[in-house]
Design a protein around this ligand. Structure first.
Ligand code: AMP
Length: 280
């Protein structure tokens, strides 16, 4: 696997590809099976696969979250090597942001009005800034984004459509721990007790969505989940909201004709976790 530390390295590697399709998997490192599943998807498409590892400061609204973001670089490189990833791009902030750490301006339509958009001001602008910089530099044929960050996936699709980027955005399903907790780099920051509590997020959402017909209203379903999760030690719900899965607007009725998902952000000790599941 080639380790690309500069734009020059990247250019040289790309010129050696001889027109093979290029798949791109952006990550912030501390890799786990969720990330690896995306790399496998790219390789399975027969593409040369480039993974980036870069903790992007402009998408962090919480300085402590950025300072404490896990770094397991040596292990990440071993995992990617073992998987057969073709190259890893390891840029620095100076390379990506030569004029300082500033986000671009975007119009995300209504996609950033609630959930992470409301709870993490500036997060999606920072994310879209780095993703569009990567697309400009790398020009991949497709890029794979996990459904774990479902709102991010919708926003990236929107930006690509809006700005006519010739890159296919491919969604990857959520990979979970055996007890259902969505894999996340931030899970490394949970204490043993918090880790046990964190499994109740998925368990609660999964039971509620399986039994959605038992709830008279959307609000009743959301309140049931919030109360059940808030009753677990260490857990505190930031939001639980049911939205249609295209526009990400809150739904008013439980109607299986409208494909929808339940979305949650939950504080677990000092770590903020997110998850989502199809509703029907
Ligand atoms: P991150 O390193 O957290 O920025 O994530 C990099 C990519 O991996 C994003 O597209 C995420 O949505 C995706 N991802 C993170 N966790 C998971 C997971 N548990 N299952 C599938 N994809 C994931």
């Amino acid at each position: 696997m080639r380790r690309l530390h500069s734009l020059e390295d990247l250019k040289q590697w790309q010129s050696s590809l001889g027109g093979a399709p290029l798949g791109f998997v952006p990550t912030m490192g501390a890799l786990h099976e969720g990330h690896l599943s995306l790399v496998r998807m790219s390789l399975a498409r027969g593409a040369k696969t480039l993974t980036s590892i870069y903790v992007n400061p402009t998408q962090f609204n919480n300085p402590e979250d950025l300072a404490k973001y896990p770094n397991t670089l040596e292990q990440d490189l071993e995992m990617l090597e073992e998987l057969g990833c073709d190259a890893v791009f390891l840029p620095t902030a100076d390379m990506l942001y030569p004029n300082g750490l500033k986000s671009r301006e975007f119009n995300f339509g209504c996609l950033d009005l609630n959930m992470e958009g409301a709870g993490r001001p500036g997060h999606f602008e920072g994310m879209a800034t780095v993703v569009t910089k990567f697309f400009e530099i790398i020009k991949p044929d497709f890029a794979i984004f996990g459904e774990k960050d479902y709102q991010q996936l919708c926003i990236v699709r929107h930006v690509v459509a809006e700005e006519n980027w010739p890159v296919e955005i491919v969604p990857g399903p959520i990979v979970r721990e055996p007890d259902g907790l969505a894999m996340s780099s931030r899970n490394l920051r949970l204490s043993e007790d918090e880790r046990v509590s964190a499994a109740h997020i998925y368990a609660t959402l999964a039971t509620a969505t399986e039994n959605w017909k038992k709830f008279a209203t959307v609000e009743a379903l959301e309140k049931h989940c919030a109360d059940a999760i808030n009753a677990v030690p260490h857990l505190s719900v930031e939001y639980i909201t049911c939205c249609d899965q295209r526009e990400l607007q809150p739904i008013r009725e439980l109607d299986p004709k409208v494909p929808s998902r339940i979305f949650a952000a939950v504080q677990c000790g000092k770590v903020r976790l997110i998850d989502n599941l199809p509703l029907f």
